[in-house]
Design a protein. Sequence first.
Length: 317
Amino acid sequence: MTSRRDVIKAGAMAAMAGAVPSTVTFADPTPEQRKLDARSFWPDGARLVISVSMQMEAGAQPSSGAESPMPKIDPKYPDLPAGKWYDYGFKEGLPRLLEVFDRRKIKVTSHMVGAAVDLHPALAKEIVQRGHEATGHGQTWTAQFSMTPEEERASYRQSIESIERATGTRPLGFNAFWLRGTPHTLEILQSLGFIYHIDDVSRDEPFLVNVNEKPFAVVPYTLHMNDIVDYETRYFSTAMYADDLKAEFDTLYAEAGTRRRMISVSAHDRIAGRPSRAKVLEEFITYAQSHPGVAFMRKDEIARFAQESPLTVREGI
């Protein structure tokens, strides 16, 4: 398996499908359309949207050879301390993050690995009961990019079943292993009822792409706002990550006066769930909330809005 270190509301689906008929062709918004009052860009007059991702992965990692802060050992031996590092995610990390989000009164999107959901169904259910979104993140840590179309489809079906069984909700969004899907991923996702994916880092706003002559939403990812990149790859201190978050916010908040802007921040169960890192994340949320017109949205909400808004960028549609 490729190491990550080595690569750096109900009925919504039907409503979305009807929101933009596949027979209609849209051009990109004109410069005049896009340079409108900031209140035109997002629901309820919001100026800037922030979407937080919370990955639920603990327990789904391979029993040997899984990435961790521990020195690597021969994969023929079980890596016992690495397993405990992952256990922290469901024992401490996710519960702590859920309390942060409750205190700040925001809802997030949780990308759930199906195998982790099967191991901790009560926790997955609690996440949804608290008002957060459950989305697909594969059934296991097997990289999607190396799968055949048949294997890929089977994996996503399993993931849907695991999430539905535990939470009672069907996932509408998807996040591939390190964003690396296949040329068939979007077609497979669309055929299974997904309405968006996040595996694209090419814009700072949601947009639509053409999949089988129908619009499919992209709610873009941001690698440098990802805790696993900054803490576990670039070895940022909490102060450095805090500075990065604030600088990203300040720049996009300024740009949001004349164009649609959003920020995506990722929090992994075993990483951002650590005490000092959870503190930094909460302080960032508080800072953002101190600015007028900042809204925190789940990614399914963003995807629906992107489908319906005439100002959404449309690539190949």
